[in-house]
Design a protein around this ligand. Structure first.
Ligand code: SAM
Length: 275
């Protein structure tokens, strides 16, 4: 469904802030080894350490890990893809801090953060308030996915559509229409060979109750997919090289034997697809 009105849109902003707060909570209180270390998340979230501690109290272990697992999976895949591309498009970037954490160490990797125009303005103001330095390789691409096409939005930047790119799209597909998701997948599949997209979706068949109980439920209607439905969309878009980070695989790779009791997300699914 579309994000219909200002109230819901404001709630979507809140999910970006809460995503950062969950990364901050893991950075501050998660056991070693950390699954993902975001040292800028606390500042960007705007939450005090006390309110982050209070928030995490009420969050189930499987919800607390949605934001850290997806960022870890993405940055691992980006590192593996780095030798074949030098453009990174962060769709629905929210308070993602990859470019800020890397700084000039980005080298020749240009990062395009795409999000709703007022949200990007708000984020940039926050960055200034925190005294953080935006690396010269960082670009902001204002785009409301429901209104502006991604190619049009990126055309206003120095994004090169003829060069391969890495795309992340984390925590967004549940907030937009199936049609908008299909359009973005089709755009991603049409990138030059070697390009890759990593994205999340919310699986709504067997874990509908967990979804309702999660932080995300504070936003109105969500778009759910079954695993089969999403795989069909990805294949229809033209991808054949697909990798899924299932709950079982995530638990085996990242969460077994942890002293903080964290477990893999139950309803958020992660997927990578290479052109
Ligand atoms: C849950 S947050 C995730 C942010 C970030 N990717 C992360 O993992 O922390 C969802 C983000 O998608 C953006 N978003 C949602 N709907 C959008 C739309 N229609 N157009 C542009 N951005 C949108 C929101 O502004 C928000 O930053």
């Amino acid at each position: 469904m579309a994000i219909a009105d200002t109230k819901e849109r404001l709630n979507v902003y809140e999910t970006a802030r809460r995503s950062a707060a969950l990364r901050a909570a893991h950075f501050l209180y998660g056991a070693e080894p950390k699954i993902f270390s975001d040292n800028l998340a606390e500042g960007l979230s705007g939450d005090s350490e006390a309110s982050i501690a209070a928030m995490i109290e009420g969050v189930p272990a499987s919800s607390a890990t949605t934001c850290i697992l997806r960022s870890r999976f993405t940055e691992d895949h980006l590192a593996a893809a780095r030798s074949r591309l030098n453009q990174y498009v962060v769709l629905g970037a929210g308070l993602d801090s990859f470019a800020l954490r890397q700084g000039e160490a980005l080298g020749d990797l240009v990062v395009f953060e795409v999000d709703d125009p007022p949200f990007l303005e708000w984020k940039r103001q926050k960055i200034v308030e925190l005294g953080l330095v935006e690396p010269s390789q960082l670009r902001y691409v204002p785009c409301d996915f429901e209104v502006t096409t991604l190619p049009d939005a990126l055309a206003a930047s120095d994004f090169d559509p003829d060069s391969p790119c890495f795309i992340s799209w984390l925590g967004v597909t549940q907030y937009i229409t199936v049609e908008a998701t299909k359009a973005t997948l089709a755009w991603a599949a049409a990138r030059p060979v070697g390009s890759e997209i990593v994205f999340t979706y919310v699986e709504g068949n067997k874990h509908a109750v967990s979804v309702k109980e999660s932080l995300m439920s504070k936003v109105g209607g969500l778009t759910y997919y079954t695993n089969d439905e999403m795989l069909e969309l990805v294949r229809e878009a033209g991808f054949s090289q697909i990798e899924e980070m299932t709950e079982e695989r995530a638990n085996a790779m990242f969460f077994s034997g942890r002293s903080d009791g964290l477990i893999a997300p139950q309803s958020q699914r992660l997927l990578s697809a290479i052109v």
